[in-house]
Structure formats: C-alpha cells, structure tokens
Design a binder for this molecule. Structure first.
Ligand code: SIN
Length: 331
C-alpha cells in the first residue's frame, strides 16, 4: 500500500525541505528524488510520483523514495553536485542544463529539429539516443532514461507574431548556449536564470519573455505575467533522469534490478501521457483567461528560417551523424 507522509519523519534537519511523497520506515534505504517542477498535472512531477508510488509499494521494507518537487531541495545546478555527494539519489534536469558536462546534448536544443514527440521517441529509443544516455558516465553519473515533457512556445510582454517582434527584448533561457544563440537570432538578448526565478523575473520586468512548454507555463503561472503565448513548437524540453554511478554500484544486484525495472516501466508509462498533460495545461491557460496565439504555416516558416542557421554554430560539438539521426527520426 502507498504509505502517507509522516511529517518530518526522516528529513535531514540540515536540508529543511519537505518531500511531496515520503514513505520511509527505519531500516529502509532512502532514495531522494529532487526536481524543480510541479507535482501534479506535469509530466515530470507525475513521473516522479508514479515511480515513488511503485517503489514504496513494491520495495517496502528494503527501500523507499521521497520526492522533493518545486525546487524545494535543490535547483538544477546544485543537484548535480548533490548527486555526487550522496545528498540525493535521483534527479531529472532538462537536457539543456548539462552544458558543463557534455556538448553532445546540444542536439536536443536545436530549434525546429523535432516536429513532434513521436520523432523525439524515435530518436531517444534508437541507437543514437540510447548511446547518448552514457555521455556523462565519465563524470560519475548514470543516465537512467529520458522523461519527456514537450515542445516549447514563446511568451512575452507583447504579441509575438514574427521573430522580429522580439527585437530588443530580453528572454529568460535555461543554461543552454544553443538557446542563447536562438534568441540572438531573433535580435533579442538572453538571460540564463534558474527555473524558480522565472516568474519573479517576468513579473518585475527583469526579463520580458520566456520560452517553455504548456505544462510549465501553466503550473508556474507564467501566462499570468505575460501578454500571451505564441504557439511555435520551436524547441524540445526533455529530461535526463540521472543517478550517481557510485550509488547505483553500491546496491545489491537484486535491489538494483528491481529499482531499475520499476524506474524504466514508470518512465515509459509517464512518457505516453506527457503530450496529453501539456494539451490539458494549454486548455487550462485559455480557461484561466490566458492569451494563446496561433501562427499560420507561412508565419511559422519565418521563425524556422530565422532560427535554422543556429544549427551550423553547434554541429561540430554535436556531430553531423547525431544531427542526421535526429532529423531522420522525424521523417
Ligand atoms: C523543468 O521543466 O524542469 C524546468 C525547465 C526550465 O528551466 O525552464
């Protein structure tokens, strides 16, 4: 049975954070999963909750998982170090946040590369995508799998119909140099900010716009402090679920197998629901009075033509073979 959280039961006082899902009895190995998004109505939040539920039911007495959502434990920069220190065992930062570990993941950020999530699935589940899971093994991490979110859209404090409407504006981006180049191609400037700082930065005018998926724009209320969202589907947001090699290697083989089996099964199940969750979030934005602007195919093509040259800047870091495999996945 899925056990309820007993307030403060085993949370380290030093960390002063409360897990959304906890189920740990004394003697059980605690697996902390730290992430930055909402717990419900969100592809990553729901994936984490489903994994925790299965572990807490099926590994009861051996292991338990606590989920810390909404950046309550670590943000995406700090969590990488926390994994190696053993302060947390699982995280799932977006692939845009691995710049300082590998340049290979830049492929996932190339604008207008993946036409839809089927293409993303073809790529991540194919040989090249599976190989990329290992791109940061030499830094002490193990890629557990890809947790999907969806394609991103632009919002700003004014209507965006053409890329040139963004000229002179400042956009928040993740810690991704591809995203910076993409914004600069629009004649705008980019500021890298942690996810937890985006709402405040939009509200106070530190930045004028942002780009994200429906589930993030809705759950973090970005639409409330923007003029509207333009449906661009310009770039992917997907997560790499990771753990530390040291922790994974330390597990008894049967425990490790059970953990990995549950993890993989729940990621597959969660990924099948990601697009529907994003569509629901889009409907929620409209129902809450948010403005959503569609582009005609001709208008969208201007965005594609503006951003497509960015690929050339990064092709040597990524490898033309990897880009070709990603393009083929969408054909
Ligand atoms: C996330 O979805 O985990 C955060 C993405 C962002 O930083 O925009």
């Amino acid at each position: 049975m899925f056990k309820k959280f007993a307030a403060g039961a085993i949370v380290s006082a030093a960390l002063l954070a409360t897990p959304a899902f906890a189920a740990c009895d004394s003697g059980e190995m605690v697996i902390k999963f730290s992430h930055v998004t909402a717990e419900t109505g969100h592809p990553k939040g729901e994936a984490a909750a489903a994994i925790a539920k299965r572990i807490n039911e099926e590994m009861d007495g051996t292991a338990c998982m606590e989920v810390f959502a909404n950046s309550t434990l670590f943000d995406d920069n700090k969590v990488m170090e926390a994994l190696l220190l053993g302060d947390v065992q699982v995280a799932a930062p977006s692939l845009s946040k691995f710049e300082s570990f590998t340049k290979k993941y830049r492929v996932f950020d190339l604008p207008f590369l993946f036409p839809n999530m089927d293409a993303v699935n073809n790529f991540t589940q194919g040989p090249v995508g599976k190989d990329l899971l290992n791109a940061i093994n030499d830094k002490g991490y193990v890629g557990l799998g890809y947790i999907y979110n969806g394609l991103k859209h632009f919002s700003a404090d004014r209507p965006l119909i053409k890329p040139s409407d963004a000229e002179g504006l400042k956009f928040r981006v993740q810690t991704s140099d591809v995203a910076v180049a993409m914004i600069e191609a629009m004649g705008a400037s980019a500021q890298k900010l942690a996810f937890s700082e985006v709402y405040g930065a939009l509200q106070t005018g530190v930045v004028d716009g942002q780009e994200n998926t429906w589930s993030n724009i809705y759950s973090k209320k970005f639409f409330e402090v923007q003029d509207g969202v333009t449906v661009t589907n310009h770039q992917l947001l997907t997560y790499l679920a990771i753990t530390s090699k040291e922790w994974l290697d330390s597990l008894d083989p049967e425990v490790r197998d059970q953990f990995l089996t549950i993890f993989n099964e729940e990621v597959v199940a969660a990924n099948a629901k990601a697009t529907a969750l994003n569509e629901q979030a889009r409907e929620n934005i409209v129902a809450a009075g948010g403005v959503v602007r569609e582009l005609t195919p001709e208008q969208r093509q201007v965005w594609v033509d503006t951003m497509r040259p960015v690929w050339d800047q990064f092709k040597d870091d990524i490898g033309q073979d990897v880009i070709d495999a990603a393009v083929a996945a969408g054909e």
